[in-house]
Design a protein around this ligand. Sequence first.
Ligand SMILES: Cc1cc2nc3c(=O)[nH]c(=O)nc-3n(C[C@H](O)[C@H](O)[C@H](O)COP(=O)(O)OP(=O)(O)OC[C@H]3O[C@@H](n4cnc5c(N)ncnc54)[C@H](O)[C@@H]3O)c2cc1C
Length: 525
Amino acid sequence: MSSTNNSINNNIITSKTDAMPSDKTAVNVVWLKRDLRLTDHEPLNHSVENGLTLLVYIFEPLLINDPHYDLRHWRFVLQSLQDINDQLIECNSQIYIHLGDAIDCFNHIQHSFDITGLFSHQETGLLSTFERDIAVQAWCKTQNIHWQESKSGSVTRGKRNRIDWDKDWRLIMKSALYQPVLSRKTFIDHQQLACLPQSVLPDAWYEVDQHMLTGGERWAQKILHSFLKDRGKNYHFNISKPESSRKSCSRLSPYLAWGNISLRQLYQAILIKRSETGWKRPIDGLASRLHWHCHFIQKFESEHEMQWRPVNRAYIGFSYPETHCGLSVETRLNKWKTAQTGYPLVDASMLCLIKTGYLNFRMRAMLVSFLCHHLLVDWRLGVTHLAALFLDFEPGIHYPQFQMQSGVTGTNIIRVYNPVKQSLDKDKDGIFIKKWLPQLSELPKEMVHTPWLLTPMEEQLYQFKLDETYPLPMVDIDETGKIARDLLWGFQKRTDSKNEGVRIVAKHVRKKKAIKKSKNTNTIL
Ligand SMILES: Cc1cc2nc3c(=O)[nH]c(=O)nc-3n(C[C@H](O)[C@H](O)[C@H](O)COP(=O)(O)OP(=O)(O)OC[C@H]3O[C@@H](n4cnc5c(N)ncnc54)[C@H](O)[C@@H]3O)c2cc1C
């Protein structure tokens, strides 16, 4: 993360010529963060070309204790590290894993080795990691250590507009992969690593949750392979359906978020498939989303204040009611979090997410819309909850998307989703709903979307007790939808909102889109 006027120096190369000679082994440290792989890895490539390498991963309390993160994330990370370690057996090495602060970790290494360089990818993370990076930067200076940071994808630090941004994206995605040549001479070996203090990780992190995808570079390749073999052919048909999207979408989001595969590796792999019969449409659809991946992260990189305030600053003045439809904000938030809204598709989506860590785009957008539009709960009260549930939590996508779906950008179409319509359109036979809400499984499919409409006779027939088997709707969506639309449209028309819209377009929108947008303020970004 960077702010425009307080950004971290990208490629700090300081001289070590005035350092005292040392009898400690000289090492380059590669600090793995959200780039948990050994292929297409620029920092690793630079490091191994310049000397002996020590791979490090730091489980930092500042993230472990952060409510955006959950046990599911640390399990995925640990699985990814184990996968790398399996691959490093041939090199007689392994990753040095530290549980604690980054600077403590580097001090331990510096105590036993002579760190000649620190290599990592730039991180577009939460404010806490930005501040940590500033501290590490200062530490490197005191130790006279080079810290070389490589770009992540096509996200550019310190960028103030989108001039040439698309061109850069294409150039980077089409350029050669960084494939470090690894051998037994590349890394610090097991024996040398033994001098470093060992961390004990919580037992729960080693447990496997069968409902979640498993982390690791080799798993990413398997999932990609299965998508390109057959799963992906119906990508564009199924992308918005909660059940079939689980098979037809790439499902690579956690692997991209934790860096088990690079965006460039994925982009190049899918392009090969494009010329085969029947694959053009799905591949084009997927490729455009890979573009969005960087586009959203770039937004967050360029305006990290989005973590706590609306990107459109006029919406700081948008007030959410304490009581809405007779319900306090705590009650509204709690019923949403615990899948007790009484709207089957909303509740099934939340339960599915809790259990599996995954939900397709449309259902994510609907969950946000239900909370922020129908329940009029401030987006900031729900954003962390979903982050912790998404196995693929990526701050740079999550925050801009959450704000966009909640309608506080002032530049996007306001989409107030009707969960019943979504249910009828995207889960017509109620397969997804019945899977996650088994208490509705005896109902005929046409009744599963609106169980509150059951007649007393149908209640008896299907052994269903209204408000007992399943809660009644907590609000009337016809009423709440209208209130939300009036409020949001009214706000979007305000001069301060429009002025901010102009600033946002200049900063975050690509040129072609910006021209279109200036003609029609309702175009989607
Ligand atoms: C409120 C909200 C929060 C979100 N938070 C995250 C998040 O934390 N991490 C995350 O990876 N995605 C997030 N998304 C975007 C999107 O829902 C997921 O990327 C997608 O559902 C992941 O499934 P997939 O890998 O099968 O996607 P595919 O459709 O197969 O797409 C492939 C990749 O493209 C990227 N991508 C796809 N859709 C989008 C999009 N709309 N915006 C940006 N990039 C996209 C992702 O990296 C994804 O893995 C969020 C969406 C919403 C509405």
